[in-house]
Design a protein around this ligand. Structure first.
Ligand SMILES: [Fe+2]
Length: 265
């Protein structure tokens, strides 16, 4: 089972740049084009939030159009830049989208790995929160097939990365999540967005990865009073391949055209 993972495209109305500076739509088109050329084809694509930048209906029109060019089925969760009800209205015809409340889901079957979307966004805020309702929902969801290999996808990461200006807006009360996950060893991975960088950390007895954005990267500044900044680094996506003999293998895949193939050396 092959799962492609995109994050934080921050799509904008046509002709508009992300923060007035970056053509995030063109960068997402490049990501989709790269994704559609992957061999073998992914069974499913997951998108870990910040589908659009301001949450306007015009942006969601673009989102539907662009996501429609992805050849595999797509599963999305909202990020802090999405607006919950506009997001729901945009994707309501998809069978995994909840008709009310947080946009949690347990995906229909796309292969041996079960994919759970956990919506820990707090409407109107940039941080996330593992509140009582999210804890209850996740506990029940995991218990439904406790022994099945599982991915939990969420937007804001529940840990401190060391980059101060993003840690301020992480998922609060992450320890509660760690305690739940620790009871379900079949959770292969927690996958997050938000941080616009690839990171890995041990969390709740499993492995947690954050995906890079298809557009900007948050500056890697690991000192306490660092000035917030972004860079246009080479964009990337993640590929997670489930292998019965190994488990879930995660590949970091730069987006673009590169010299090669050259001989194997
Ligand atoms: Fe983002």
């Amino acid at each position: 089972m092959l799962i492609a993972h995109l994050s934080d495209p921050h799509l904008r109305p046509r002709g508009t740049f992300y923060q007035g500076l970056v053509d995030s739509n063109a960068m997402f088109e490049a990501a989709v084009s790269h994704l559609n050329s992957i061999n073998p084809k992914p069974d499913v694509v997951i998108l870990s939030g910040d589908v659009v930048d301001e949450g306007t209906p015009a942006e969601y029109v673009v989102a539907r159009e662009f996501l429609g060019t992805i050849e595999a089925p797509v599963l999305v969760i909202p990020g802090n830049h999405d607006k919950r009800e506009a997001f729901r209205a945009c994707f309501l015809d998809q069978d995994y989208i909840a008709p009310s409340g947080p946009l949690h889901f347990i995906a229909p079957n796309h292969g041996p790995v079960r994919i759970i979307g956990l919506d820990i966004t707090v409407p109107g805020e940039h941080h996330g929160d593992m509140d009582d309702a999210a804890c209850d929902w996740l506990t029940n969801a995991l218990a439904l097939e406790a022994d099945r290999p599982t991915i939990v996808m969420m937007h804001q990461p529940p840990f401190k990365s060391g980059i101060p200006y993003i840690d301020e807006y992480n998922c609060r009360r992450g320890q509660r999540l760690a305690e739940i996950i620790a009871r379900y060893p079949a959770v292969e991975r927690i996958l997050c967005g938000h941080i616009h960088r690839f990171m890995q950390v041990r969390f709740g007895g499993t492995m947690l990865c954050t995906a890079p954005s298809t557009t900007s990267a948050i500056a890697l500044r690991l000192w306490p009073d660092a000035e917030p900044a972004s860079f246009i680094e080479p964009p990337a996506l993640l590929l997670h391949q489930w292998r019965p003999d190994t488990g879930l293998v995660t590949h970091h895949v730069p987006i673009g055209s590169f010299r090669g193939p050259l001989p194997f050396f």
